[in-house]
Design a binder for this molecule. Structure first.
Ligand code: PEP
Ligand code: MN
Length: 338
């Protein structure tokens, strides 16, 4: 961290900044220029924050010089990490497509969904048993009963399950049904207590981007999970909020190469919640894979018109299958496989 002093800062003011740095166990290096004095904090500066210095008299501004995230950063781990999702690798050469309905509805719907995901070549299936709905009066998910239905359908077709955790109190129930990948939704990305809880276990976590979160906030949210000991994290871009109203969210394709540079962890994309319409999903999905995403989270329903949740954006099984086919071609061109 460096602290830039005002041009007329006194020796006493410089001294109090130095003392504050030393109080946190770091060394201070004072560099006196002709216009300004700049003080550098030497040591693990993550303990420090600009807020600690900006309010001191004589300080013009202060700033970090190293990244605030550590475990998830590529600086700390050069090679791409591959996450083991119940025996299925996420990251690395192989692209994984996670398909399934927005929500777990009935045993029949889950059985059919699993059958279609498996027939299309999918190894992981999505489906929400606990749904974060905007209105408290709409379907909130089948809860534990939904997890049971999901587990049974997935086991029959040897699929791994991906489902959203909204409340840390349900974590034991998730473990009871051996959820393979825990999804943290966009609305929970900065629920730090929830992040700390999933940080204590060793199940893979898909961390969706908060709908208005910056990349740095997203990386810091991942660091919360990693700091607890769980490094099995997968980033998922699902569209961000902008001034545009022609579609549900704006898919931030740019974040894919940026995250790939900043972190060693896999990055997947949810084109369904980005576009919000089924017809947009194939184009967004292809763009994501071409831009380097390690996988997709796609909503697919055996009968979209009858879906209890997000009916507009669900692909039907045929559309899902044909998407898988078109992605294979893109994967080959970029030297990957599906
Ligand atoms: C979901 O994937 O089921 C979901 C609710 O997505 P998001 O958190 O991105 O809105
Ligand atoms: Mn949905």
């Amino acid at each position: 961290m460096i602290i830039v002093m005002n041009h007329d800062a006194t020796d006493a003011q410089i001294g109090s900044v130095v003392n504050k740095i030393r109080d946190f166990g770091l060394d201070a290096n004072i560099s006196r220029g002709t216009e300004r004095t700049v003080i550098g904090a030497i040591g693990d500066e993550r303990k420090l924050d600009p807020e600690m210095f900006d309010s001191l008299s004589g300080v013009e501004y202060s700033m970090h010089i190293v990244k605030q995230y550590k475990i998830v950063s590529r600086e700390s781990h050069k090679h791409d990490s591959i996450i083991d999702a119940g025996g299925v690798p996420i990251g690395g050469n192989r692209i994984q497509i996670i398909g399934g309905p927005c929500s777990v509805e009935t045993p029949e719907q889950m059985d059919l969904s699993a059958q279609y995901v498996s027939a299309a070549g999918g190894r992981l299936m999505r489906g929400g048993a606990f749904k974060p709905r905007t209105s408290p009066y709409t379907f909130q998910g089948n809860g534990e009963e939904g997890l049971k239905m999901f587990r049974e359908a997935a086991d029959k077709y040897k699929l791994r399950i991906v489902t959203e955790l909204m409340d840390a109190r349900m974590l034991d129930t998730f473990l009871k049904y051996d959820v393979d990948v825990i999804q943290i939704g966009t609305r929970s990305m900065q629920n730090f207590e929830l992040l700390k809880e999933v940080g204590r276990i060793n199940k893979p976590v898909i961390l969706k981007r908060g709908m208005s979160a910056t990349i740095s906030e997203w990386l810091m949210a991942a660091e919360y999970i990693a700091a607890g000991g769980n490094h099995n994290i997968i980033f998922c871009e699902r569209g961000i909020r902008t001034f545009e109203t022609a579609y549900r969210n704006v898919l931030d394709v740019t974040c894919i190469p940026v995250l790939k540079k900043e972190t060693h962890l896999p990055v997947i994309v949810d084109p369904s919640h980005a576009g919000g319409k089924a017809w947009m999903v194939p184009a967004l999905a292809r763009a994501a894979i071409a831009a380097g995403a390690d996988g997709l989270l796609v909503e697919m329903h055996p009968n979209p018109c009858e879906a209890w949740c997000d009916a507009d954006q669900a692909l039907n099984p045929q559309e899902f299958e044909s998407l898988m086919g078109s992605l294979k071609g893109i994967a080959e061109v970029i030297g990957r496989s599906l």
